[in-house]
Write a protein that binds this ligand. Structure first.
Ligand code: HEM
Ligand SMILES: N[C@@H](CC(=O)c1ccccc1NC=O)C(=O)O
Length: 265
């Protein structure tokens, strides 16, 4: 019978079906049609591309962090740690990528900057979703989306109502029998920190949360350095004071208790 014949080892996977192609599977015609500069400035293509790449990574991060939240609240800590490794790797790329945009001179940016008004990173829905999901819920930012699509506003409102990564970590503590109401949380965190023999998985997971927090802060610092390099003390196209506003945001923490814990150890 033909079906019993051994397959020749050189027969390559995928030769039989032939329904899929590289560009078709990856939807490249649609993807590569989305870079549409509105000026003649040579660096506008770079500016658009880099922002789109950020938004693609934001989309993946939201997907992975939702999964992290889910598995943490179920107590599947090993799975959360596995996903955090990916999240951290992507976040390091986000920080490094700033360098690509910094190859643009401020003079070249000025060729198209005024045309961007009043748009700015303020209006990045996915960036704000990442903040809300991580635990930094600031309703005032809904105001930046007054003119946004209703679907975007709905996404943000949903994120404001949803549990955060911190809520999910508390679920994990609670499943371990550690109390998590009100004042008890710091004691539970100290128990985890001091009894690594029993709780190392919870400790490592808290460290993963902290790395997510720290890498986000690194991105904020890198972003504001780029901003100072590009526009100095000018105010932002989004209407803020620019660098001073952004400097203030570098001090934010997603998980303040994990930072405070250090003082109690
Ligand atoms: C030439 C490069 C850039 C400059 C000069 C710049 C400047 C600014 C300024 C001044 C703000 C404050 C809002 C305003 O008043 O306009 C801002 C906010 C923001 N930008 Fe940029 N930006 C640059 C590139 C980027 C890139 C590549 C991203 C990646 C997505 C980004 C994401 C954001 C986000 C998310 C915010 C809101 C931050 C917050 O509210 O905490 N920016 N940017
Ligand atoms: N806010 C920037 C302009 C800017 O960078 C920007 C403009 C439109 C869309 C995204 C942007 N990126 C981050 O703010 C500025 O004030 O120069």
């Amino acid at each position: 019978m033909d079906g019993d014949a051994p397959r020749p080892p050189h027969r390559r996977f995928g030769e039989e079906g032939g329904r899929q192609s590289y560009g078709g599977y990856l939807r490249l015609p649609a993807l590569l049609a989305q870079q549409q500069p509105q000026s003649q400035a040579p660096d506008e293509l770079l500016f658009i591309t880099i922002h789109q790449v950020y938004e693609l990574w934001f989309k993946l991060l939201l997907h992975e962090l939702e999964a992290v939240r889910e598995v943490m609240s179920r107590g599947e800590l090993w799975r959360a740690r596995h996903l955090f490794r990916r999240v951290h790797a992507v976040e390091r790329v986000l920080v490094e990528q700033v360098e690509v945009l910094e190859t643009m001179t401020p003079q070249d940016f000025l060729e198209f900057r005024s045309m961007l008004e009043p748009a700015s990173g303020f209006q990045s829905v996915q960036f704000r979703e990442l903040e809300f999901l991580s635990g930094l819920k600031d309703e005032r930012y809904l105001g930046s989306f007054r003119h946004a699509e209703e679907a975007d506003l709905a996404r943000l409102r949903r994120r404001l109502a949803e549990p955060t990564l911190w809520d999910a970590y508390l679920d994990a503590l609670s499943l371990r029998g550690l109390p998590v109401s009100g004042d008890e949380i710091m004691n539970s965190l100290l128990t985890v920190a001091r009894d690594r023999g029993s709780h190392d998985d919870l400790w490592q997971l808290a460290e993963d949360l902290l790395t997510h927090d720290e890498t986000t802060a690194l991105w904020r610092m890198r972003h504001v350095q780029m901003v100072e390099r590009q526009i100095g003390t000018k105010s932002g196209t989004g209407g803020s004071t620019g660098a001073p506003y952004l400097r203030g945001r570098t001090r934010l923490h997603y998980f303040p208790l994990l930072w405070e814990l250090r003082a109690w150890l």
